[in-house]
Design a protein around this ligand. Sequence first.
Ligand code: PLP
Length: 291
Amino acid sequence: MTKDTIKTRDLLPAALSIAGSDPSGGAGIQADIKTFTVIGVYCGAAITALTSQNTMGVSSYLPLPAAFVRRQVQEVLDDLNVTHIKIGMVGNGEIAAALGEVLSSFAGEVIYDPVIKSSSGTSLFGPGSRAITEHLLPRTTFLTPNIAELEILTGRECTDTATALNAAQALFALAPRLKAVCLKGGHMDEQNRTVTDYLTRPAAGDQGEKEAAGRIFPVHHPRVFTRNTHGTGCTFASAFTAYLMQTNDVRKSFSSACAFVDILLRKSAPQPVGHGAGPLLHHWFSPETGG
Ligand code: PLP
């Protein structure tokens, strides 16, 4: 079909999620689409890999051919008014390189949730993480790692908040377009009744504590003790992307995404879906009441 005469900028702004598929519906592209939809943002979905999994764990995955992943992304970018791209599981180095290439001419925001391992411990990117640093970090404007991913990407051990925030700072040297790191604290200090997530921006210079207070924005929330946490990382990054599209306010989007995951964790905690780590029940979120 030939293009009609509508200018791309006059089309509805859209997000594009680039991620793996979770057939049990809890994580990956399925979690992303549900998140964008309940928040009220249109999203496309380009699949990098198929996984075979259920709530008890990931048993295997099949990366798609890199050229085909690239083609999915290119065709969406050639048509839709994609302003924000959210990346999750990439699968392997060839796909990372293909994405790096196709995104080199994309000027919008790239929010990357660097999925390297599933919560059940299966590797979802291999071998090594060098291709992430080489091809994806240079394109990323917002990164949403958990502590384990931060340690792998920086090669630094994060034993407490200070070491984690220092490691997050080191990412800015690896990623020239990076505007902020959204550090998810759920796996830090797991016995603590409070979880703290941090939004951290690059240091402007060595201006001491005052400057640090301005660039580190913590969000505290009571820990929800539940095994139904499958897909929280994907959901957080998609919610942040959706709120950023709606508000263009980084701090507000960060706290709204933290609240979104928090509300869903609370609602989903008592309701088993499968026999293992259950998913978030996105369809129980009410946009009208924000809960
Ligand atoms: N993407 C896919 C396709 C997955 O299978 C998984 C985990 O199993 C993830 C992402 C990461 O999930 P989470 O949001 O729980 O970190």
